[in-house]
Write a protein that binds this ligand. Sequence first.
Ligand SMILES: C[S@@+](CC[C@H](N)C(=O)[O-])C[C@H]1O[C@@H](n2cnc3c(N)ncnc32)[C@H](O)[C@@H]1O
Length: 278
Amino acid sequence: MTERVNAAQLQAWNGDNGRAWVTLQPVLDQTLKPFEDLIVDSVAAAAEPCARILDLGCGTGATTLALAERVGGLCTGIDISEPMIELARTRARERQLSVDFIIGDAQAFSFPAQTFDVLVSRFGVMFFDDPIAAFGNLRRATRPGGRLTFVCWRHPKDNPFMTTAERASAHLLPDLKPVIAGSPGPVAFADPDRTRSVLSAGGWTGIDIRPVDVTCTMPEHDLLPYLTQMGSVGRALRTVDTQTRAEVIAALHEAYSEFVVDGEVRYPAACWMVEARG
Ligand SMILES: C[S@@+](CC[C@H](N)C(=O)[O-])C[C@H]1O[C@@H](n2cnc3c(N)ncnc32)[C@H](O)[C@@H]1O
């Protein structure tokens, strides 16, 4: 029997990761809003047709819904996570938006050929176990000359908000699995040379990769729920005893105080904005 592609990601995003993103949807959408705006502004500003838009790894749908509201056309979101797509569909119904949400693996899904004018993603294309196959599949789904626009994280060393939790709790959580640049996960495309060669091998042209630095925010009261449910520390906390959990929370509280000003968390986010042509 052949093994299913992206089996580990399928399990994670239909399990703990997906649950955390559903629970924290309002917090995550607020803190990642600058990236939604970057993508929507870039699509809205294009002087070319964008009648069919596909949002890759759309999650709970923020970017897809914003595109449907601001750009219009036929917007589709695809995601491997059933619980996240369920929430995306509920949000579309509540906002009375006609958007198509597909539960599927963007790497392997049989899209109709040469269909989409624009493909976008906010942090949803870094999890493929075979990114060349995935971007090849996505290019075949794009009309000739169509556009790909996505944001992804730069290196963890440029994103202290991302790494402080691991550093602060490493002595309490010795089995922590840190994120590794270049592996499927949030920093798979930290190295722009790798991204360029993956896209080019997938058949994309006109590849443009530029750094974007934005300040993200969240209310202070959302910080601990965020830190205790997200990333490798959030995962590790699901299985520790009460005493260790309390110690980790104290360490996180202390370590993240540098990001809190007047009841608000503010942190620099170092990302790449990647654009290409099909
Ligand atoms: C970091 S989250 C971003 C979600 C959403 N784009 C947002 O900004 O709120 C990554 C998303 O990629 C999805 N994902 C991971 N691997 C995928 C795959 N092979 N095909 C489709 N979606 C995938 C996950 O389920 C998750 O929703």
